[in-house]
Design a protein around this ligand. Sequence first.
Ligand code: THU
Length: 127
Amino acid sequence: MPYSGFAVGAALRLADGRIIQGANIENASYGLTNCAERTAMFTALVANGEAGERPRIAEIAVVADAPEPVSPCGACRQVLAEFCPPETPVVLANLQGDVLRTTVGSLLPGAFGAKQMVYTRMKEADV
Ligand code: THU
């Protein structure tokens, strides 16, 4: 985090017990920064091993040195919603020990997902 100085760590506990870590990776072209949550999620997808199988995420934790438990950005909420069931627990914390417990579904109610695209795909298949 050379530009913001704001270090964020994320950890995903997979159903098989593995812990996958992530950190925010910044870029001189600021908008290309990848948040800790997405780094962890994408690492889990690669680390999963079985081709074509998605990792089963049992729990997500995000920690930063911030006045309040860190709040995942909108892009990360959308990515988590893509790969985790809505009931997946999310633990948000800071270094003072403040902890906020929520879920993927509560972080992004009404998330856009593959279900919304079925109609479009069916229409395309008809033509
Ligand atoms: N950041 C994360 O990694 N996760 C969050 O939940 C919030 C923001 C990062 C992105 C950037 O590197 C820095 O924090 C400041 O926005």
